[in-house]
Ligand binder design. Structure first.
Ligand code: EPU
Length: 423
């Protein structure tokens, strides 16, 4: 297993490019099940989760290939005989659930393993099932699998909000089913995240009729079939946000290309409230910070609110801010695995229910720490860059699930960071 060794103390400076968005690419890859022709996807990041989705689709009769010359991902549904998404794959990547809607809509049958536990807390799929049932699918849970059957789905009105707001992959799943349903479907309380918008745009290119993209009310007129399409995946706002916070946290001057202002508005405001200067030109954002940041209160919310996927990184950034920051998690109330590890580096953080109170401290000191999940790992990297001495982060396979060669990008900004083999 690999570990990451970070030596803190340098101010990041320079320009980097964010890769394509993992969480846009994963459901979009699943949409290939719906297509009657080949799909070409550009700007798909080279990540463990993408390879896992390719493997899953392979089991479901979709041929997935990375074209060497262009780096594009080519997908084509070749056989509709196998519709089983096995536990062996689903337990490693929850986004595998995104094949359920397309399988039901296109093939009328699916057996998809329930994804299983997750370090960031409870992650039910009841809303996915609610939406698909509303469209007429018969769903049973048997031996840990969702077994789905239907004839042609039928359009209907549904409310997809849950106790923590809308659901991102739930909206993706139901939308991918509704596009082939007979008649009109109205999805109320749909997720508005840029990744869902990107999926909707791809579906429109394939021939779907979707109104209200980007709003909480999606109106879909079902069509009889969908063709292939070519699509460029949007840049990863979470990776871009992570790099911007790494810049601000180290008192640096960092320019991130592939950082869309409208996708990162909530973060921009947090950075500005913390005292950083943030500017943008087209899809490029520059952050500059000097000296100590100010404390800021941060509350995670569905888009356009502050993303839960940047909460851990924001907490790391604020460990050395002047004053007390309260970080409230409204999407995953238990997503605080990073608190104890940041504490091992000298951060003063007290967890209170779904919030964490961060007392800014003057120094962090490098320590051996352990990554618990993808975004917590990114937070530990940021903390390592802010700390005195050396931080060794083990179990970085979590980091590799969502960040494409992050050590190279940070090294290009002047960070002292390297990947080593763990003994
Ligand atoms: N929820 C329900 N019932 C459901 C589905 C969700 O109650 O059927 C709850 C969840 O427990 C949570 C809230 O609704 O409290 C939002 O969950 P959502 O369904 O939106 O999460 P997701 O679709 O499973 C995606 C991202 C996550 C990201 C969340 C929230 C992908 C592949 N994953 O998950 O990304 O944290 O949306 O924005 O898109 C990550 O990349 O590190 C990651 C975890």
């Amino acid at each position: 297993m690999d570990a990451m060794v970070v030596t803190g103390g340098c101010r990041l400076k320079g320009r980097v490019r964010a890769s394509g968005a993992k969480n846009a690419a994963l459901p979009i890859m699943a949409a290939s099940i719906l297509a009657e022709g080949p799909m070409r996807l550009k700007n798909v990041p080279d990540l463990m989760d993408i390879r896992t989705m390719a493997r899953l689709l392979g089991q479901l009769g979709v041929r997935v290939e990375r074209e060497e010359s262009s780096g594009d991902l080519l997908l084509e549904s070749r056989s509709e005989r196998r519709s089983v998404a096995p536990y062996s794959i689903m337990r490693t990547m929850r986004a595998g659930i995104c094949v359920l809607g397309p399988l039901v809509a296109r093939r009328g049958f699916a057996e998809v393993s329930l994804p299983g536990g997750c370090a960031i807390g409870d992650r039910p799929v009841d809303l996915h099932l609610k939406g698909l049932r509303a469209l007429g699918a018969r769903l049973d849970i048997k031996h840990g699998y969702i077994v789905a059957r239907c004839r042609r789905l039928r359009g209907t009105e549904m409310y997809l909000g849950g106790p923590f707001g809308s659901t991102v992959t739930g909206t993706a799943n139901v939308l991918m089913a509704a596009v082939l349903a007979k008649g009109q479907t109205v999805i109320e309380s749909a997720a508005c995240e840029p990744e869902v918008q990107d999926l909707a745009r791809l579906l429109v290119k394939m021939g779907a009729d979707i109104q209200g993209i980007g709003s909480p009310r999606l109106v879909v007129e079902g069509v009889d079939g969908l063709g292939g399409a070519e699509h460029t995946i949007i840049p990863d706002r979470i990776e871009a946000g992570t790099l911007l916070m790494a810049g601000a946290a180290t008192g640096g001057d960092v320019v991130v290309e592939g950082a869309r202002w409208n996708d990162l508005f909530a973060l921009v405001h947090v950075l500005r409230d913390a005292g950083a200067v943030v500017e943008h030109f087209d899809d490029t954002i520059r952050v500059r910070a000097r000296g100590t940041l100010r404390s800021v209160d941060v509350t995670t919310l569905p888009f356009p609110g502050f993303p839960t996927d940047l909460q851990a990184q924001a907490m790391a950034m604020l460990t050395k801010a002047d004053g007390i920051s309260v970080i409230t998690e409204k999407i995953y109330p238990d997503r605080f695995m990073h608190v104890a590890e940041l504490g091992r580096m000298g951060a003063r953080i007290r967890k209170e229910g779904n919030a964490a109170v961060v007392h800014g401290t003057r120094r962090l000191s490098g320590a051996p720490v352990m990554a618990s999940d993808l975004r917590a790992s990114a937070a530990l990297v940021i903390a390592g860059l802010m700390a005195e001495g050396r931080t060794t982060i083990s179990r970085i396979y979590h980091l590799d699930r969502g960040y494409e060669r992050i050590e190279r990008k940070l090294a290009a900004l002047g960070a002292t960071i390297r990947r080593v083999k763990e003994k």
